[in-house]
Design a protein around this ligand. Structure first.
Ligand code: 13P
Length: 259
């Protein structure tokens, strides 16, 4: 089954208001070439969502948030609800990023609740999974990723998966400058598809988009995106540089992928 490529730029807790506006304006003006074949989403810090929404309003870029509350509303100081995000024009959200799992302490159960809340609220989701170095070296990478997937998807109906992209982000590759090889990425994506085929069915598994994240740069993007079953990427550091991010987006224009 053919799949459209997807690129997310995850700004994390970076930029200030002026930088966020400059970055969004430049990307909105320059991302025209491949907009018909690649979905590009900017995952912007909460305080800058409204400004960036205005900057990219009539462009081919979509607006994403980096997190959401698992609750709809209520006495939850500091939390941000799905409805607040949709009010601002947000259409995508990241769920289960490893920095939230491991640095903030989000459990598999909370990730599952957030995924359900996002989908119930009509948002599209990038669900992040990935093993750390210790788990990989112990030979447990596939098992860890399978557990994260099964737990997050336990209550999710097949039809809601239309609005889910899976991001395979091995923790050892995030912000380290050491990206997975194209072979490693292809293997992990194959395992994820096998896991989805066993949980749902092979049609769903071959239709869903699985993207790679971890030290993607213009120099490695084309090779990684060309590997079987890799449908684009989730970009951290390089998404803060207009030229680098656009060059990664262009590398994803190699066409829709199959396999
Ligand atoms: P880097 O591209 O900086 O390694 O970050 C990847 C990431 O965590 C994207 O969500």
């Amino acid at each position: 089954m053919a799949r459209r490529h997807f690129i997310g730029g995850n700004w994390k807790m970076n930029t200030d208001l002026a930088t966020a506006r400059t970055l969004a304006t430049a990307l909105a003006a320059q991302w025209t070439e491949g907009s018909s074949s690649v979905d590009v989403v900017l995952f912007v810090p909460f305080p800058y969502l409204e400004s960036v929404a205005r900057m990219i309003a009539s462009s081919a870029l979509a607006l994403g948030a980096q997190d959401l509350s698992s609750e709809a509303n209520g006495a939850l100081t500091g939390e941000v609800s799905a409805e607040m995000l949709t009010d601002l024009g947000v259409t995508w959200v990241l769920v289960g990023h490893s920095e939230r799992r491991h640095r903030i302490g989000e459990s598999d159960a909370l990730v599952a609740e957030k995924l359900a809340m996002a989908l119930e609220s009509g948002l599209s989701v990038v669900l992040c999974v990935g093993e750390n170095l210790e788990q990989r070296e112990a030979g447990h990478a596939h098992e860890v990723v399978a557990r994260q997937l099964h737990s997050a998807l336990a209550q999710i109906a097949r039809e809601d998966l239309d609005r889910v992209v899976i991001a395979y982000e091995p923790i050892w590759a995030i912000g380290t400058g050491i990206a997975a090889t194209a072979v490693d990425a292809a293997e992990a994506h194959r395992e994820i598809r096998a896991c989805l085929a066993s949980r749902y069915d092979s049609e769903l598994a071959s239709g869903i988009r699985i993207v790679y994240g971890g030290s993607l740069v213009p120099g490695n993007a084309k090779t990684i995106f060309a590997s079987l079953g890799v449908d684009g990427g989730l970009v951290g550091g390089a998404s803060l540089k207009v030229h680098d991010f656009l060059s990664i987006c262009s590398a994803a224009m190699i066409g829709v992928s199959a396999g």
